[in-house]
Design a protein around this ligand. Structure first.
Ligand code: HXC
Length: 510
């Protein structure tokens, strides 16, 4: 019996070594942790339960039969994050470069199926050279099985991808279909084809970092949601994110203990808006002053910075925040900010996370760059996302809400539940000068007359009361009482239920 037990122990030891000591050392030298070290940091101590530790590949081509390491390049199982169950897979770069074989894919599919069945998030730690080249179509089929599960799981359980090494080919498309992608600076890359292929096909010379590094994907392409300094920081941030999310679409996000008063007044907010309507101010200050304990988890902080998206808690409950940022491009809507906010709104809606919208928007950014890029379609994404969402929606207009952007930013007409405005709100079709120049075209060459017309327009519309007279604004509120009003509004909406017309699915502009 002792020998039998010893055999299990030996085999486990072998499996835990993955590709062996030398390759583990090489992984550490690159500043990367191993697949198992990552899981340990991600999950609560001692909570990891592994599946399929002894699975090996079945390939017999290209001499592969000589090497069948246990686990086949991926560690899979489940554990807890702050006591809540999650499923996890972590690719092991020390085994065939973490490449995906038929059996490697089956291991991932097994935990994805269990996550769907049992209603828990899936966290994928990706460190992979893509499809296992020696297996050919069997590995492509494996990828497609994973992709199909990513699609089936979308909107059912949260899916989070952490990119912690080179991810090429198929290795990027599975993360691309998950809800959030995190990267690590200098050690993680995502590209469909690497720099060598790029050079051969297009003659472009580009480094891996420029082509698909963390900064490229958080600032330029928007493929990734955040970039962190190292593996440890990235995994700690995933733990923080999971805490904001529900386990699945069958339940609500967790309610966490809070140490902040819902009725807290913030007198400093009464002077947040500068006297000059064209002077910017930092919308993040408002978000942090509204949030429980000032805690704000920002998503896509480095991309389309004219729009802010992220999570806060109000009375311990998760709330998604969408806010214009007057500090960048005056907070206007454009292609990138519309896409960013639309995806965030849809995430919140599918996982029953209420949405708080903070509005200070001078309109859509004009110009050929925007029109040729399809701002009509991309702007419509945000309009569509807000209009189809049925979660509790509370909107606060702090200053400008001009033109189409007024409609888009969770206006009453898109079924927001509470629409508040500060006394500093200006709700109009456009800025006063532009309006005067159009409706008084005959006076266009007379600056004095135009200034007077602009003043008339401003006197009429540069306030929230015209909209409040029509009931488009439910209440004009004191800035200092915003947290109290918003907390009460969301509390009143906890039982919200909305019936939508039957359809297979909507056809959101893509
Ligand atoms: C099998 C692979 C592999 C792969 C790496 N390895 N990628 N084995 N299949 N796809 C093995 C290497 O042979 C090597 O084995 C070990 O992993 C480490 O790889 P290195 O090249 O030494 O490491 P590094 O220099 O860090 O480079 C990492 C890399 C590079 C950038 C990922 O290995 C690479 O370019 N790999 C190929 C990427 C690729 O083209 N994949 C196919 C994509 S097509 P030894 O034994 O020497 O240590 C695809 C189709 C799916 O995925 C499409 C679905 C839509």
């Amino acid at each position: 019996m002792k020998d039998i037990l010893q055999l299990l122990d030996d085999r486990r030891g072998q499996a835990r070594l993955g590709g062996g000591e030398k390759r583990i050392e090489a992984q550490h030298e690159k500043g990367k942790l191993t697949a198992r070290e990552r899981i340990e940091l991600l999950l609560d101590e001692g909570s990891f339960e592994e599946f399929d530790m002894f699975v090996t590949h079945r390939c017999t081509d290209f001499g592969m039969e000589k090497s069948r390491p246990y686990g086949d390049g991926v560690v899979t199982g489940w554990g807890t994050i702050n006591g809540r169950m999650v499923y996890v897979f972590s690719q092991d770069f020390t085994v065939f470069g973490g490449s995906l074989s038929e059996t490697h894919a089956q291991k991932i599919c097994k935990i994805m199926d269990m996550a769907m069945q049992n209603g828990a998030p899936v966290i994928g730690i990706n460190d992979s050279g893509g499809a296992r080249i020696q297996e050919g179509v069997a590995s492509l089929a494996g990828y497609a099985e994973v992709f199909q599960r990513n699609i089936d799981a979308s909107g059912v359980v949260p899916q989070i991808s952490v990119i912690m090494g080179p991810c090429a080919g198929g290795a990027v498309y599975s993360p691309a279909m998950t809800d959030f992608i995190f990267m690590v600076k200098d050690t993680s890359y995502m590209f469909v084809t690497g720099p060598d292929v790029v050079k051969t096909v297009t003659n472009e010379q580009v480094t891996a970092e420029e082509l698909g590094g963390a900064l490229t994907h958080t600032r330029k392409s928007s493929v990734a949601d955040a970039a962190f300094e190292n593996d440890v920081e990235a995994l700690a941030e995933v733990r923080r994110l999971v805490d904001f999310l529900p386990a699945s679409n069958r339940g609500k996000p967790p309610v966490r203990p809070f140490f902040d008063t819902p009725g807290r007044l913030e007198p400093s907010l009464d002077t947040l808006i500068p006297d000059n309507p064209n002077t910017p101010y930092d919308m993040k200050e408002l978000i942090e002053k509204l949030a429980d304990e000032g805690d704000f988890y920002e998503i896509q902080a480095e991309f389309a910075r004219n729009m802010i998206t992220g999570f806060i808690r109000l009375e311990g409950q998760t709330v998604g925040v969408v806010a214009n940022q007057p500090m960048v491009l005056a907070g206007c809507l454009d292609i990138d900010s519309s896409r960013k906010a639309a995806r965030f709104v849809r995430f919140c809606d599918c996982f029953e996370i209420p949405i708080l919208t903070l509005v200070d928007v001078p309109g859509f950014l004009p110009g050929t760059g925007q029109e040729y890029g399809g701002v009509i379609k991309h702007g419509a994404k945000l309009l569509f996302a807000y209009g189809e969402s049925t979660v509790p929606k509370v909107t606060v207009i702090t200053r400008k809400a001009y033109g189409g952007a007024y409609d888009v930013m969770a206006s009453k007409h898109l079924r927001a539940d509470f629409n508040y405005a500060w006394p500093t709100a200006e709700i109009a079709v456009m800025g006063a000068k532009g309006a005067a120049e159009i409706i008084h075209r005959a006076d266009a060459d007379d600056p004095e007359k135009i200034a007077k017309h602009a003043q008339d327009y401003e006197d009429r519309f540069a306030n929230p009361f015209v909209a409040a007279e029509r009931g488009f604004i439910d209440e004009v509120i004191m800035p200092q009482s915003t947290r109290k009003r918003v907390c009460r509004a969301f509390a009143s909406l906890r039982g919200k239920k909305v019936q939508t017309p039957w359809k297979k699915h909507a056809n959101i502009p893509m």
